[in-house]
Design a protein around this ligand. Structure first.
Ligand SMILES: [Zn+2]
Length: 98
């Protein structure tokens, strides 16, 4: 899925603004950041606090974004919500009521 809001000049400006606000430091592990750094622990990314996948096309406010190194960002990822793959069979003997 392509995310139009995650590209272009507006996003670049916003990304830089968020990094400036956070002092070019990863909000997760505290390491210093630079654009296009070969070391993922120092490669600057801006994380959507809520994954983009749940809000396609939404315009994000700076307060919804956080500076993060690529290492932390990929650990967090844009994974969809974890699906429920089990349930308490004593409470719901016939499966989850849905
Ligand atoms: Zn980090």
């Amino acid at each position: 899925m392509s995310v139009a809001s995650a590209s272009g000049a507006a996003w670049n400006a916003q990304r830089r603004r968020v990094l400036d606000r956070d002092g070019w430091v990863c909000t997760s592990c505290g390491s210093w950041l630079a654009f296009d750094h070969p070391d993922p622990r120092h490669d600057a990314t801006v994380d959507h606090i809520e994954a983009v996948i749940h809000n396609a096309g939404k315009v994000y406010d700076d307060s919804e974004l956080a500076s993060m190194c690529r290492s932390c960002n990929s650990a967090k990822g844009d994974r969809p919500l974890v699906r429920v793959t089990w349930w308490d069979r004593e409470i719901f003997p016939n499966g989850l009521p849905c």
